[in-house]
Design a protein around this ligand. Structure first.
Ligand SMILES: *Cc1c(COP(=O)(O)O)cnc(C)c1O
Length: 325
């Protein structure tokens, strides 16, 4: 079976992103290594432009638009990091962007999206159907809809995070990785990362991490088909997806070795570690991979482990509340 993306797509994406996306640092911590009896390499996508890896996928997708598509612009639905990623990418590429957000999205996120120059269309998520709104907007303006994960160019862009991580670890000490831990929402990030990792390091295990309350991908892989769940109650708002995508599921089925889960309390404990020991602000979803290693949800002993810290966008008041609680 041919998969929706291949290693060459990620190499192409990385060329498109060169000089545009940050080559985010890879950090290590003796304390983290001591605590887990492993060697952990943290890829800090919380320090990416707009604060999360989502910039990679959005920019890669928009950079491939035809001149006609550029003129008509892009449409996206998101209350989270994808909104800001598309808005910033559109501005950099000089095209109009319409972002459809729920009325009750955090005001700071709405403001940030507008600041990047996008037009924000608000809707009532209890009364209006976002699909219908999207179709109306697409019909009126002829814009191209870019989904947050189930799109080959988005998935390929996200994979550049792992491509870089593997290069950077090699630059650090010449070695590879035995294990790669990646947080999972709809599966765009892990699809791209697994494609890069399995091509460069065929022996490297790729393990996804979901919030305990929202383990739809774990269930889907066990069942062999996409499982739909209710909106999960978790502080990991970037992983509150109700089901994987068709494309991401095909890649995850082929390339992801295992999916494990962590609790919200374990996420907070990992966030606290990053703040205290590594001076890093990490949002709850961004701490999924690290929490799995710290809490022994996956066996890391004696291994070289890449961990993607996926983002750092959390309102300061909320962050303070979580760490204090
Ligand atoms: C979107 C997002 C995720 C999940 O990514 P998927 O591609 O949907 O699996 C994880 N962390 C952060 C910070 C995100 O914004």
């Amino acid at each position: 079976m041919t998969l929706p993306i291949c290693f060459d797509d990620i190499v192409d994406a990385s060329a498109r992103l060169r000089g545009v996306a940050h080559r985010t640092p890879v950090l290590t911590s003796r304390t983290a290594n001591g605590r887990t009896s492993a060697q952990l390499f943290f890829k800090c996508e919380n320090l990416q432009r707009m604060g999360a890896f989502k910039f990679r996928g959005a920019y890669n997708a928009l950079a491939k638009f035809t001149p006609e598509q550029c003129t008509r612009g892009v449409i996206a639905f998101s209350s989270g990091n994808h909104a800001q990623a598309v808005a910033l990418s559109a501005r950099l590429l000089g095209m109009p962007a319409v972002i459809v957000m729920p009325q009750d999205a955090p005001p700071a996120k709405i403001a940030a999206t507008r600041e990047y120059g996008a037009e924000v269309v608000l809707y009532d998520r209890y009364k209006e159907d976002r699909e219908a709104i999207g179709q109306r907007l697409a019909a009126e303006r002829g814009g191209t809809l870019i989904p947050p994960f189930d799109h080959a160019d988005v998935m390929s862009g996200q994979g550049t995070a792992a491509l870089e991580l593997i290069e950077q670890v090699r630059e650090l000490d010449g070695g590879g990785l035995d294990l790669l831990l990646v947080c999972v929402g709809g599966g765009g990030l892990i699809s791209g990362c697994a494609t890069a990792a399995k091509a460069l390091l065929p022996q490297c295990r790729v393990v996804g991490v979901e919030p305990e309350a929202g383990n739809d991908v774990q269930q889907s892989l066990a069942k062999g088909e996409i499982v739909h769940i209710e909106v999960p109650r978790t502080i990991a708002d970037g992983a509150q997806t109700q089901h994987a995508g068709q494309l991401t599921f095909a890649v995850m089925r082929a390339l992801v070795d295992q999916v494990v889960t962590v609790s919200d309390a374990q996420l907070v404990s990992a966030m606290r570690f990053f703040a205290e020991r590594m001076k890093l602000v990490v949002e709850p979803t961004g701490a999924l991979g690290a929490a799995a290693a710290f809490e022994g949800r996956v066996d890391v002993k004696g291994q070289r482990v890449g961990v993607i810290i996926s983002g750092g966008n959390v309102a300061l008041e909320r962050y303070a509340q979580l760490l204090a609680g």
